[in-house]
Design a protein around this ligand. Sequence first.
Ligand code: APR
Length: 176
Amino acid sequence: MTLVVEAVRGDITRQQVDAIVNAANSSLLGGGGVDGAIHRAAGPTLLEECRRLRETSLVEGLPTGQSIATGAGALPARWVIHTVGPRRWEHADGGAALLGSCHRTCLDAAIGVGARTVAVPAISCGAFGFEPAEAAPIAVAAVRDWASHQGGIDLVRFVLFDDDALDAFMRTINVP
Ligand code: APR
């Protein structure tokens, strides 16, 4: 099946997909923005699972650009894929490689747990300082590039919270 890439306005915690992506930080122990919303909606088992990861395979935390899957607690999705976006101000070169890596490694993590439909927020477009117009082409190109080498994912749905981000992702996706 060919990958469908789409953009919708919405709250990612409500998405009925196999996996939703969390724009986390390296600690994996929660935060504000979409991270806070996901932990609130998932309930305490998500934080417990993240704490266990920090005590076992991720003692140093999750590096920027990397992704890891956990269960999803009370969310409608089955998995949460945590990724750590770059902080825009730390990358004079734009941080495109790390932001692209977030999207590619999220899809690798999705494949790893058998998820075929994935909802993705505007990673790094809140506290981490990217403009949606800058992040959207990086995100969409990374997803398309990943899918040109590999199958297994049917849907990547970018779920955007505000007009700016929705507009940027819609425009990018609709460029042939
Ligand atoms: N559904 C979809 N998108 C959301 C939601 C939601 N429920 N809540 C917020 N967003 C949007 C924001 O409007 C923004 O466009 O997610 C985008 C990413 O913003 P942040 O959550 O701030 O993520 P990021 O910029 O990657 O910063 C990550 O923020 O809270 C912390 O723990 C997190 O330290 C990490 C940092």
